[in-house]
Design a binder for this molecule. Structure first.
Ligand code: CP
Length: 311
């Protein structure tokens, strides 16, 4: 087995929240992803098995975890909906995870309940990778977001970044805001009035001395930023949808007329209607490249938490 890195021991053996990750851990994973992208290791994860346990729909997260595993010589088991598991018969999440820990070496878990990944990490003797727990956290998405920002801007330090859309329920926003605090970003939060950034995240950013402001619409913010991170409205997390709700964060091509030439638009995807399709063919669009980076970044995460990285 490859030697275990110092960075690995800086943090717990599961990836549950970006709040658990030091700057050193984030940088280490980003550097590992870059190394893997330059020089693939087809046998890095040989003999190991990933279980993808997805209790909520997914295209990118599940398939990029599985692709990364297969490309590195590992194998995959899993499910993509609770209906095909014994949860349907009343089995608890704890018992489910306990059993899957006996079949796999590492588990990527997506579940609608906040805290589910933390709970799973307490009952599993194998690493848990939080692939999204309700509106709480999505740390592997944040790592690929950071990797994408680094790729398209050449740096992470001191950027002006707008985070727009559903700031209340958007787990990618919560994770990414905390991560960007490590890099001294200036943050602009843009959302409909009814979907503000949770107070807990605001408190954390204030404590870390991060400068941020709130805006009801995109137009005034776009000329100021290097990155515009769009998100969809998470209607599935609304108790009920108020018929009068309107999304004030719809990005149109003409909004980009005063953008900095090097602005890049990111989005964790799936997109619904918050980015006009005409933007896809402009140099500002980076969201499909961003999603493609998921394979190499999740490969680095798997390598680290399976203790297989050779550096
Ligand atoms: N970004 C993201 O989590 O996409 P999926 O829901 O398709 O996994």
């Amino acid at each position: 087995m490859a030697h275990v890195t110092t960075a690995f021991f800086l943090k717990p053996s599961s990836l549950i929240s970006i709040a658990d990750c030091s700057r050193e851990t984030l940088d280490f994973i980003l550097q590992s992803a870059e190394k893997l992208s330059l020089s693939p290791h087809p046998e890095l994860l040989k003999g190991t098995t990933l279980a993808t346990c997805f209790f909520e729909p997914s295209t990118r997260t599940r398939l990029s975890f599985e692709t990364a595993m297969l490309q590195a010589g590992g194998s995959c088991i899993g499910f993509s909906e609770a209906a095909s598991t014994s949860v349907k018969k009343g089995e608890s999440l704890s018992d489910t995870i306990r059993m899957i820990s006996a079949y796999a070496d590492i588990i990527a878990l997506r579940h609608p309940l906040e805290g589910s990944a933390r709970l799973a990490s307490l009952v599993s003797d194998k690493p848990i990778l939080n692939a999204g727990d309700g509106a709480n956290q999505h740390p592997s998405q944040t790592l690929l977001d950071l990797f994408s920002i680094l790729k398209c801007q050449g740096r992470l330090e001191g950027l002006h970044i707008a985070l727009a859309g559903d700031l209340k329920f958007g787990r990618t926003i919560h994770s990414l805001s905390l991560a960007l605090a490590h890099y001294g970003a200036r943050l602009y939060f843009v959302s409909p009035e009814s979907l503000p950034l949770p107070e807990t995240i605001q408190r954390d950013l204030r404590r870390k001395g991060i400068k941020f402001s709130f805006h009801p619409t995109l137009e005034s913010v776009i000329p100021k930023v290097d990155i515009l991170y769009m998100t969809r409205i998470q209607t599935e997390r609304f108790a009920s949808i108020d018929g009068s709700f309107t999304n004030s964060c719809l990005l149109k091509k003409h909004h980009l007329e005063k953008a900095k030439p090097h602005l890049k638009i990111l989005h964790p995807l799936p997109r619904v209607d918050e980015i006009e399709k005409a933007i896809d063919d402009t140099p500002f669009a980076y969201y499909f490249q961003q999603a493609a980076h998921g394979v190499v970044v999740r490969g680095a995460i798997l390598g680290l938490f399976l203790r297989r990285l050779p550096w």
